[in-house]
Design a protein around this ligand. Structure first.
Ligand code: NAD
Ligand code: UD1
Length: 346
């Protein structure tokens, strides 16, 4: 539908995969990213895969003059909004940074869109808006609860803000995409996650243990009320996730209003199951030990993704083995992410 898409945060992990998918689907893409958690090199890798390059604007979503310029210079018809800060621990220590970047940044973006008559908006929300979920699996009908940390609360505030905008002005077409746990990498091995510093999330951490950058995995708790005592999550391949964005864009262009979808596989795996699979798929040994539960962690979180299937004909098709194999291919090709000397081995 929409031919030119602005991708905020398009140099980041999920954003760069979305940029690739959009270009491969014949869209024109403008990326706006302040590179606070990414490198421009990600877009070189996108070009290496598909032979096309997005327009790149280095800048901040809170800079309304810059946004005005971007919307004036490009015939933008839709926005994929990935830009934001996402480190849970940091959000507890520095909440102001999170409310400013995520909430104020999104508001600035929405105001500029309004001024330029652009109303198609796809937002990266998170299963974190379900807080400590009252039921499992989690459907879109499951009660949204107060998230356990400031990062999560910025997502819920933005969702509420978008709902209010949609209620007040029927020109807005909005997709709230609640991601479960995105992992994996593009199957070319050229595009993947580039965490800065010590990773907070499970798969990046395990990958760095596997290549020897980190010594051992600390498993946060073996006393959760789950079959093996470790936390259960719904891991979803990043390429399936971005396919969900393309379907969501088509859907909102044809069905007005605000729509909410869970993007998950519908299957949960425990930390121990992930370690076992990682060892099996990669042949690497993952030393680990148990430690305290991490503050704010829920025991289990997995989706009922039926609504996305029924309404947009989207299902996550890639298996856990695919996710781990692709993560490992990327990690072993680029041990230091985009800062690595490019010496692909696969
Ligand atoms: P990421 O950090 O790799 O990508 C975010 C990008 O946004 C980065 O390139 C960063 O430089 C850019 N950015 C941050 N603040 C900006 C600003 N003010 N102006 C312009 N650019 C800015 O993160 P990701 O994993 O790709 O996540 C993308 C989005 O999805 C985020 O909004 C995140 O909260 C959300 N999300 C991610 C996960 C996950 O597990 N990765 C889960 C749920 C939701
Ligand atoms: C975390 C965030 C969530 C955010 C998501 C994506 C918290 C409380 N939640 O989700 O808000 O949207 O990342 O950025 O931080 N684990 C270990 N050892 C590790 C790392 C993780 O045992 O070193 C366990 C966790 O306890 C959990 C599972 O692995 O059971 C997955 O953890 P993680 O990848 O951090 O994702 P979430 O906790 O689901």
């Amino acid at each position: 539908m929409s031919n030119t898409v602005l991708v905020t945060g398009g140099a980041g992990y999920i954003g760069s995969h979305a940029v690739l998918a959009l270009l491969q689907n014949g869209k024109n893409v403008v990326v706006l990213d302040n590179l606070s958690n990414s490198l421009r090199a990600a877009l070189d890798h996108v070009e290496n895969i598909c032979g096309k390059r997005p327009v790149f604007v280095e800048g901040d979503i809170r800079d309304s003059a810059l946004l005005d310029q971007v919307f004036s210079e490009h015939a933008i018809e839709a926005v994929f909004h990935f830009a934001g800060l996402k480190a849970v621990g940091e959000s507890v220590r520095e909440p102001e940074k999170y409310y400013d970047n995520n909430v104020a940044g999104t508001l600035t973006l929405l105001k500029t869109m309004n001024q330029h008559g652009v109303f198609n908006f796809v937002f990266s929300s998170s299963a974190t808006v379900y807080g400590c979920p009252s039921e499992m699996p989690i459907s879109e009908e499951t009660k949204v609860e107060r998230p356990t940390n400031p990062y999560g609360r910025t997502k819920l505030i933005i969702e509420d803000m978008l709902r209010d905008f949609s209620d007040a002005d029927e020109r807005w077409n909005i997709a709230l995409l609640r991601y479960f746990n995105p992992i994996g990498a593009h199957e070319s091995g050229l595009l993947g996650e580039h965490p800065q510093g010590i990773p907070n999330n499970l798969l990046p951490y395990i990958s760095q243990v596997a290549i020897g950058t980190l010594k051992e995995l600390k498993v946060f708790g073996n006393d959760h009320p789950t079959p093996d005592g470790t936390g259960i999550r719904d891991y979803i391949h990043v390429v399936d996730l971005v396919e969900g964005h393309l379907k969501a864009l088509d859907f909102i262009c044809e069905h007005k209003g605000l729509h909410t979808w869970n993007l998950g596989t519908g299957t949960g795996y425990s930390v121990i199951e992930i370690i076992d699979s990682f060892e099996q798929v990669t042949g690497q040994n993952i030393p680990y030990s148990f430690t305290e539960r991490r503050a704010g962690d829920v025991a289990e979180s997995w989706s009922n993704p039926a609504k996305a299937k029924v309404e947009m004909n989207w299902v996550a098709s890639r298996t856990l083995e695919d996710m781990i194999r692709d993560t490992w291919r990327w990690q072993s090709n680029y041990p230091a992410g985009y800062a690595s000397t490019p010496t692909p081995t696969h």
